[in-house]
Design a protein around this ligand. Structure first.
Ligand code: SP5
Ligand code: ZN
Length: 350
């Protein structure tokens, strides 16, 4: 499968995240993408760099301008605070306070206040090169999108940082800009009338849902750990079906802990039926492989070889398909990804 990749993802290099009551080494690290590209290179697939001159207007349609300016400048502001407070250690920017029920939603001037205002967790550190990596990921997904637009049947955007937890004006869950949503918007900009996004990451795509909740030109379907039990907890229930003209165009499959492939497959087939009825012109897959049985932060039980069948079921939709990398936190992450993509390719050729 034709892959778009750039080493610029390495510029986003968080040190620690808040996990189980203390700071632990980041799960979302450059090594993840390196493991994946290594597997892809071993298979001899064509790999291109993202195009430099790609049109970024879809990025500005999906995310609020003031949120994007915040992302672009936050690390400089953070650095100034560290210098003023005479801290020499290079510390990543990270929120520690949030607004909740009963509190106000006003953007504070203070950097700690701003970090909390634009985020929902303390697992998504911002480093010196984070903004550059974010833009590199957006260029990556938009380059892959362009290839599909011009007739390539499928492509894989090896994006890092991932995107599906990022909303129009918030970051979290290792995500800053919603690569899959930006690609969907770009398809619409270039003439598509209906786009479907299917999110198979273990975690609910809360950002993607928020972005398209009031719209009917993007159908969003997510299969994920039940929010009553699983991160990100505060969205992803079955009764969230969209609002206004978006009613019926958001579909959630909250699944119990320890869901295995047989159970997963049943919901996936149901989701694929809904997509078929919607008749989209393109399919965007938020490809998280953290549903694997040995993933370090998730609780599903999909075996490595079962990812091939996932890919072949997706191919049976017979749609131009853009795969966008999301989660997956274990040594064999590259094998899981190439199993999905190989399953897809093989089904296409038979
Ligand atoms: C893109 C993506 O996959 N983001 C996921 C972010 C999850 N971060 C918090 C993980 C909390 C893990 N809880 C441990 C439960 C292990 N049974
Ligand atoms: Zn995930």
């Amino acid at each position: 499968m034709f892959t778009i990749y750039t080493e610029d993802h390495r510029l986003h290099n968080g040190k620690e995240e808040f996990h189980r009551g203390k700071m632990e080494e980041c799960f979302e690290c450059p090594r993840r993408a390196e493991l994946i590209i290594q597997n892809i290179r071993e298979l001899g697939w064509k790999v291109d760099e993202p195009k430099r001159q790609v049109d970024l207007s879809a990025l500005y349609r999906i995310h609020q301008p003031r949120y994007l300016s915040f992302l672009q400048t936050v690390y400089e502001q953070w650095q100034r605070v560290l210098i003023r407070e005479e801290i020499e250690e290079k510390i990543d920017a990270m929120p520690h306070v949030w607004s909740c029920r009963g509190l106000r939603q006003i953007e504070p001037k203070n950097i700690y206040g701003k970090l909390g205002y634009y985020s929902f967790d303390a697992a998504t550190p911002i480093t010196a090169g984070t903004w550059q990596a974010i833009i590199a990921a957006v260029r990556t997904v938009l380059t892959a999108q362009q290839f599909i637009q011009s007739g390539t049947i499928a492509s894989f955007a090896l994006t890092r940082p991932p995107g599906h937890h990022a909303g129009s004006d918030f970051f979290g869950g290792y995500c800053f800009c919603n690569n899959a949503a930006i690609a969907a918007e770009a398809f619409l900009q270039s003439g598509a009338k209906r786009v479907a996004i299917l999110d198979v990451d273990y975690h609910h795509g809360n950002g993607t849902q928020q972005i398209f909740y009031h719209r009917n030109d993007v159908l969003f379907i997510s299969l994920h750990g039940d929010p009553a039990e699983a991160y990100p907890y505060f969205l992803g229930y079955r009764d969230e079906t969209g609002e206004g003209v978006g009613k019926g165009f958001n579909v959630n499959y909250p699944l119990p802990l320890n869901t295995d492939w047989e159970q997963y497959r049943t919901s996936l087939l149901d989701a694929l039926n809904i997509i078929e009825t919607y008749r989209p012109e393109v399919l965007v897959i938020s490809l998280g492989v953290d549903t694997y049985e040995d993933d370090d932060i998730s609780d599903f039980c999909i075996a490595m070889h079962e990812f091939n069948e996932m890919g072949s079921l997706l191919a049976q939709m017979n749609l131009p398909t853009l795969f966008v990398m999301e989660g997956g936190y274990y040594e064999e992450v590259g094998t899981a990804v190439t199993n999905v993509l190989t399953g897809f390719d093989q089904a296409k050729h038979t």
